[in-house]
Design a protein around this ligand. Structure first.
Ligand code: ATP
Ligand code: MG
Length: 371
């Protein structure tokens, strides 16, 4: 899959822009605070459905304006597609090839893998970050998964409200709690089964990539950590039911659900040692890069095409070997990256776009640019 154009009007600091992308490597370069990340955020919004920086649509509107319009054209193996997103004073419109679509119909159309500096804490950060990595990666290949996560969160919220009420001494309706518990166990089992299956596909790619990045020194193993036992949906559902059943008193005392996929984690081990506890800075960078590239490989296995790789400001964090992995031998992969400087990138091989004050300038690939 290749992104061909991005258009934006009144999006963050971009008044009006049209950017053309080439297959292979594309570089958005410019000084700090010029709009490089804004452009990547805008592209990734079509993959994720919302800003990855946690911004509301209102935050994305250019200061002093009332709405924004953004659009992408991308080429798949079969055809050329467009997606548009318009926001004006609280009203939203999403269009696929000119026809209105719901958010759930947009997710999974344009697929991208994002790697930004915040992701460098994936290995040692809170479990929530690793769950978010899994959730986003799975939902792009299996859009139905996103609906399951929404459903889960709603059930969890209701069940927690009920547990809080019981804790405070309100009437204890066992039937009602039982019904929420059954629903939570059902959806939790489905989500956990998706995650386990996804990890089975991700793990071999990630291990191969990390072995390459470390000249064979580092063996990565990934596993799903959960209080619930079992590897398939049925076993996990039964395990959750048992846990909830046995620990109801503890949950009432706590006033919230103590078990469920919102507490699970992705365990990363290198040479059989916990990466979360012991990985060095360099190892963490390699692990995250391997996971991101592996995410792209699974996406290709599942959909037949590579997603677009978006690398925001991580080149300076990567050493020569790791940079080489991103920039060389991209094959069918399209990479869009940002950096403050264009130096160090080969102008014959890279499509360069200068960024200044929200304005994007394409730099033609001419002989004169040769070093
Ligand atoms: P860096 O190299 O520091 O990461 P960048 O080029 O990636 O810089 P961006 O994060 O894209 O910078 O931000 C560019 C500018 O956009 C910032 O100065 C920011 O204040 C501005 N900006 C953010 N949101 C809005 C908005 N809603 N309206 C106008 N400007 C905005
Ligand atoms: Mg930036």
């Amino acid at each position: 899959m290749n992104l061909t154009t991005l258009t934006a009007e009144n999006y963050r600091n971009i008044a009006s822009a049209r950017l053309n992308f080439a297959p292979g490597v594309n570089l958005l370069f410019g000084q700090n605070a010029q709009g490089k990340t804004n452009a990547l955020e805008c592209i990734y919004l079509f993959a994720r459905g919302k800003s990855y920086r946690g911004a509301t649509d209102e935050n994305l509107v250019r200061f002093g304006e009332k709405g924004f319009r953004i659009g992408i054209s991308y080429r798949t193996e079969k055809s050329e597609q467009t997606l548009e997103y318009r926001y004006y004073e609280g009203a939203r419109k999403r269009l696929k090839n000119g026809a209105p679509v719901r958010l759930s119909e947009m997710i999974g159309q344009f697929r991208a893998v994002l790697f930004c500096p915040e992701h460098l804490s994936l290995v040692k950060g809170a479990p929530q970050e690793r769950r978010a990595f899994l959730n986003i990666a799975i939902s792009q290949c299996r859009p139905i998964y996103l609906g399951l996560c929404d459903e889960y969160n709603k059930i969890l919220e209701n069940r927690n409200c009920l547990l809080k009420e019981i804790q405070k001494g309100f009437h204890y309706d066992r039937e009602e709690l039982f019904s929420w518990t059954e629903r939570l166990s059902d959806v939790a089992a489905k989500i956990a089964a998706y995650r386990i299956r996804y990890l089975e596909k991700l793990a071999p790619h990630a291990a191969d990539l990390l072995a390459d990045l470390s000249n064979g020194r580092e063996k990565m193993a990934l596993s799903y950590e959960s209080e619930a036992e079992g590897t398939n949906e049925e076993e996990i559902r039964e395990s959750y039911r048992r846990l909830f059943d046995e620990k109801t008193d503890r949950e009432i005392a706590a006033g919230c659900s103590l078990f469920g996929v919102h507490r699970d984690d992705l365990e990363i081990r290198i040479n059989d040692i916990s990466a979360r506890a012991f990985a060095s800075q360099g190892q963490q960078r390699s692990v995250v890069l391997a996971l991101k590239l592996a995410e792209g490989e699974v996406c290709r296995d599942e959909t037949g095409e590579y997603p677009v790789f978006l690398f925001d400001d991580v080149m300076s964090e990567l050493d020569e070997t790791r940079r080489g992995y991103v920039l060389r031998e991209t094959g069918e992969r399209q990479v869009i990256l940002t950096a403050c400087e264009s130096g160090g990138f080969d102008p014959r091989a890279v499509n360069m776009i200068g960024v200044s004050g929200g304005v994007f300038t394409e730099k033609p690939r001419t002989e004169g640019d040769l070093p």
